[in-house]
Write a protein that binds this ligand. Structure first.
Ligand code: FEO
Length: 400
């Protein structure tokens, strides 16, 4: 097999993960730039592997480990998170390494057992517990629901490395391992996209975890996530982004999402966008024929208004809207104003159905739902533009 190399992260830590250049669908999230599954070797007297990789990448992981140390020298494996992009290779790695012990959070130990029926039980560790590696200590902090019930992070004092699991990651395949080696705008883009599509439902919990770190004595110089590039400088920039994203801070920006059957809903969407723009809002007009659901969530991260349009097809929203609305509701966006709109031919249920989704998400409605039978006339397009202007004014009043 092709030999892979490890990358040194700090005095005692090596990156030994895998690069998945071709990953594009991460449970419904379009990962345009692929991803990495990061695993880390801690070279204490008790050599410890923090996390593994997705199952097909075990050979790559073991090869990178072998570039530093014989994998059989590993004493401990720590699983920070049971999701299979990080634990899928665990059984194979246990077989190859035969570690003395495998550690996970209490819920992680149960989740790993239910996933893999491992040959030996996983040892549960408690929140705040420390693992003695001889010359080093590895401390654990539970981060329940950031973003799974089992999730925890590991902290290596001395080297001051926080193994932050899915937190602070990006889906980004690259030959560079560190944020400071990569284009800053790409890092910001992919970090925001990752937050919007993975962490958004847990935003308040992410904020609590970050707030709790100083009390746990965790003051990282290096943040080593389970996906993408590693932060070893400029952590203030990263924490600044997370402060805004966890609060779901908004700009005077509106997202108009729609699909169209015979162009009528598209005409309405364009008129609404025109009204928003004339009212001073920044606008993203996004057709579901041209944009993926994860593009929309990314744009919504800092948008204060959401206007959603659909034709009515067989008494329902258009199929692409059903997809978008289901995905959107699961990600629990907050702090939005908005409205529904659309053209119809016979009965026109779609606009009301979208309104129900918006209400369920506690979106503050600007309009009861703007419907037009068949093709919009000048009066309808004027109402659409007025809806856009009203929305822009409400945004300005909320955001300033
Ligand atoms: Fe990257 Fe929740 O797994």
């Amino acid at each position: 097999m092709h030999p892979y190399r490890a990358t040194q992260v700090s005095e005692h830590v090596w990156w030994v993960g895998a690069v998945d250049w071709n990953m594009r669908d991460f449970h419904g999230y379009l990962t345009n730039r692929g991803t990495t599954y990061n695993a880390y070797l801690v070279m204490g007297e008790k050599i410890t592997l923090v996390d593994t990789v997705k199952a097909p990448f075990c050979g790559e992981l073991l090869s990178r480990i072998a570039s530093v140390v014989d994998p059989a020298e590993i004493s401990y494996i720590v699983s920070n998170h049971a999701e299979m992009d990080h634990s899928g290779g665990l059984a194979t790695v246990i077989e190859a390494v035969k570690p003395e012990k495998v550690f996970a959070s209490q819920l992680g130990a149960r989740a790993l057992a239910e996933h893999f029926r491992l040959p030996a039980p996983v040892t549960p560790v408690k929140d705040g517990e420390q693992l003695d590696l001889g010359n080093l200590r590895l401390a654990f902090a539970e981060t329940r629901m950031v973003h799974w019930p089992d999730s925890m992070v590991s902290w290596l004092p001395g080297d001051d490395v926080l193994f932050s699991q899915d937190g602070f990651g990006q889906h980004l395949a690259s030959s560079e391992r560190f944020v400071d080696q990569l284009d800053a705008s790409i890092i910001e883009y992919e970090s925001a996209r990752y937050f919007a599509n993975i962490l958004l439902p847990f935003a308040p919990l992410v904020a609590k975890v970050i707030d709790r770190l100083p009390a746990l004595g965790i003051a990282p110089k290096i943040v080593a996530p389970d996906h993408g590039a590693i932060w070893r400088a400029d952590l203030g920039r990263l924490l600044g982004w997370y402060a805004a994203w966890t609060r779901q801070s908004k700009r005077r920006k509106a997202l108009v999402v729609y699909d169209t059957m015979w162009n009528s809903t598209s005409l309405m969407a364009h008129a609404i966008a025109d009204g928003l723009e004339s009212g001073g809002a920044s606008v993203k007009l996004m057709s579901l024929k041209a944009n993926h659901r994860s593009d929309l969530l990314h744009e919504l991260l800092d948008a204060g208004a959401l206007l959603v349009g659909s034709p009515t097809l067989n008494n329902n929203v258009y199929p692409s809207l059903a997809d978008f609305l289901t995905y959107l509701r699961g990600l629990k966006p907050q702090n939005l104003i908005g409205a529904s709109f659309g053209s119809y031919g016979w009965s026109g249920e779609a606009v009301g159905q979208i309104k129900e989704h918006l209400e369920a998400m506690k979106v503050e409605l600007v309009h009861d739902g703007l419907r037009q039978r068949f093709v919009p006339d000048a009066k309808c397009l004027g109402e659409c533009a007025a809806l856009g202007r009203t929305t822009a004014e409400r945004l300005a009043a909320r955001i300033g």
